[in-house]
Design a protein. Sequence first.
Length: 393
Amino acid sequence: MDYNSMLDKFSKQQLDERLIYLKDTKPEIITPQLNQLDQYGFIQSNSKSKQSQIYYSTLNVQDIQSSHNSDKKVQHYLNTYKKLSASKQYDLLKQICRNGIPNNYRNFFWQQALHSFPSDNETIESREQVYSELLGQGIEDIVIIQINKDIDRTMPSIQYFYNPSMLQALFRVLKAYASYNIQISYCQGMGFIAAIFIYYMTEIDSFYAFKVFMDKFNDMYRRDMKGTHIRCEVFEKLIQKLFPTAFKAIQKNQINFLFAAPWFMTLFSYSLPFPVLLRVLDMIFCEGEKALFRAAIALIQQASYGLVFHLPKNVSFNSDNHSELFDKFRKNAGPQHDNISIINMPEIDCRLALQGIGSGIKNQNQFIQSCLKIKFKSCYLQQLIDEAKQNFK
């Protein structure tokens, strides 16, 4: 189906002009050389593909064996899930998502986890009709312009999005959602979520998966960022309870927990190597908020590991002497330079460390196990969320 022809006049004009502009100014996006791609479509010659290279350079026997085991569980699920009760279906689905969904099954299992498959009273035709109508609706020009500016920035290292048809699909999905939910409309950060669905699904399935996800998490993308503020406050409380030493280190440096806002708004898309990110998304799409917070807490736990700089008693925290001593400590760390804990770090180093925690994660299975070892009750999480909502008013 030609979805472009269903766009309203202004949207179509803007999209066509953007593609012409990209062809003239960034020809590598529209006509790239098809070479040096990894399993996930990352362009190996692009420096940003290092996040994917990190994974492949450390792939080990346990990772491969885990993939084979996951594939067997998938087959078991497909053969038996219709015979199981709803609760047992969910338990099996959760197990598969935690073990890591094999790449060629993500289309099916993400839709299954999100409950974005057509309902009993829907047909493919009715879904396409709704989608077409949303594409044709006129919305604020400024929203269309902003979506258009962002489409080529969303997945700059993935060959799949160096293709006019994929950029058009991303534009259309975001435009359709902005038409569907005019209160949220569009916000930077939404593009990656839509793009990752397009990467694995058809355009129509991508829209409905994105819609279901946004129905659960759209408060993060409000103009007042209410949902993001709430999650950062809840995150702070969880760190204070579960990792008080790390909490004190962050607090001593007077770092606001809003530093985690990009983690939540992009679901760690710019913080984790792509294969690790997919494993985290497997869990978030299945388990929701709890998996989201577990991943964020695991990152802080990761930042707390390693060599701890012990501050002498006669040196005040964050003083010039502190920074000088820390620099000397860091130089002496030698090959363990990248494995220094944020505990007692000077402010500037602590901020930089928190920004770059995820890039150093080399073993996806270890990180996922770290996430799963973080324990807190769902009712406690809900209590913190309710309290944070009250505080935001």
